[in-house]
Design a protein around this ligand. Structure first.
Ligand code: ZN
Length: 120
């Protein structure tokens, strides 16, 4: 398996994710988690509908950022483990995990065949 190639891919995706996340929110240094930032607006908040819309946008952003964050965390974890012997090796059959599976889930610990064989 070409770990170097995977590493490059992961690093690139990490940077892309971070960029997207910075667009939507910021890292809360107290909790270590990402929070969406509310939409800033110059318009006075007199219109109730507008406020509701903005709240919805914020909710949507919050849920998107959570998805990105969990993806980012699995990438960071993979990057941390990539130099280990066990990286990219199925826990069950000890064979190389399919590249396509690693790309979809860099933190994967089993091959496609043994997808459901671990309790995670
Ligand atoms: Zn396996």
């Amino acid at each position: 398996m070409d770990k170097k190639k995977i590493k490059e891919k992961l690093e690139k995706e990490r940077d892309t994710l971070l960029e997207e996340m910075r667009d939507m929110g910021k890292l809360n240094t107290d909790t270590g988690e990402w929070d969406a930032t509310p939409e800033e607006s110059d318009v006075p908040e007199t219109d109730q509908n507008d406020m509701a819309d903005r709240f919805e946008d914020f909710e949507e952003k919050s849920s998107t950022i959570k998805v990105l964050e969990s993806r980012l965390n699995s990438i960071l974890k993979a990057l941390k483990n990539i130099n280990k012997e066990s990286f990219g090796v199925c826990e069950v059959c000890k064979k190389d995990i399919e590249l396509s599976r690693l790309e979809a889930n860099p933190a994967a610990r089993t091959c496609k065949k043994h997808l459901n064989k671990t309790s995670k």
